[in-house]
Design a protein around this ligand. Structure first.
Ligand code: ATP
Ligand code: MG
Length: 281
């Protein structure tokens, strides 16, 4: 076998592109990123488990009431019509709640996985809000609240939205304003158009129980409800409404945020306007 001399040996040895120190640093960074991703995944997993537990609980309690009512009715040899009616009404309320909850869970998951197709329409937003408000004004459940409206006389600003989905957003904001307030409290709808007419600002505000600074950062999280003891109508929701509203607005290039100080709570939505030359007016 031919022997290599020293010079040949030196020529064969290739200097590594990275030094040991650089390699150690790169390895350290990669481990750090891996740990961070792991932590994030664990957090997401924990959140999902929590949401699942909350939804299961909210599904289980009305089902228990319904099955207990059936047991109760079956225990009678002869049924008093008043008892029957009361139990049926209770079962009706609970089954309606169940239906809404299942629809909400389905809607939220289809919005989050982008499976929900948007049916966009070009609408004069101020007119749309005005008509929506008249519906609220005519609704007897709002009769003991001080309702008010403040809209610009603008029928030319057009948004491109899914009207049914946008109605879900407003429905939740108004039902929250009602649920978390008391007789005589105010509920107000306001809107304006920004200076260069690029977006519309819509605000639904109310006086009522308010939202504490501790709860405020979390209210858009799925199934989050502020301290249940403080909420007069806490049993009426699963805490999905604002998460759904945020997903709907995100899909329609809009935003939603909330401010609350003392008894005042205000939700502000922005929606992009179509440029005037693009619109049908
Ligand atoms: N106007 C408001 N005043 C006070 N608290 C509010 C108001 N709007 C929302 N919140 C708080 O934010 C939480 C989340 O609201 P969200 O609409 O998501 O859920 P929900 O109304 O409890 O249930 P759902 O909308 O699913 O029926 C509420 O449970 C409540 O604690
Ligand atoms: Mg709600």
């Amino acid at each position: 076998m031919e022997k290599m001399n020293n010079t040949e040996k030196k020529q064969d040895f290739k200097k590594p592109e990275l030094s040991v120190r650089e390699l150690t640093n790169a390895l350290y960074e990669a481990t750090k990123t891996l740990n961070e991703t792991n932590q994030r995944l664990l957090k997401e997993q924990k959140e999902k488990e929590e949401i699942f537990a909350n939804i299961s609980h909210d599904l289980r309690s009305p089902i228990t009431v319904i099955s207990n009512s059936i047991e109760y009715l079956l225990s009678f040899e002869e049924l008093d019509p008043d008892v029957l009616k009361q139990s049926l009404l209770l079962m009706k309320t609970k089954s309606e709640y169940l239906k809404r909850l299942i629809e909400d869970v389905f809607l939220l998951s289809s919005l989050e996985s982008n499976l929900k197709e948007l049916h966009r329409e070009e609408l004069p937003i101020i007119q749309y809000l005005e008509e929506y408000y008249y519906g609220i004004e005519a609704d007897p459940t709002y009769a003991d609240r001080a309702l008010s409206i403040q809209l610009p006389a603008d029928y030319e600003s057009i948004v491109s939205i899914d009207p049914k989905l946008f109605e879900r957003v407003l429905d939740n904001l108004f039902s929250n304003a009602l649920k978390f307030s008391f007789q005589g409290d105010s509920i107000r709808l306001r809107a304006s158009i920004n200076k260069d007419a690029s977006y519309c600002i819509i605000q639904v505000s109310n006086t009522g129980i308010g939202i504490s600074p501790n709860d405020l950062p979390y209210i858009f999280n799925r199934t989050y409800k502020a301290d249940a003891a403080r909420s007069p109508g806490a049993d009426k929701g699963c805490g999905l409404g604002l998460a759904i509203a945020q997903s709907i607005l995100k899909q329609q290039e809009g935003t939603i945020q909330c401010e609350s100080q003392g008894k005042e709570t205000a939700f502000t939505i922005t929606l992009p306007l179509l440029a005037k030359h693009n619109t049908f007016i």
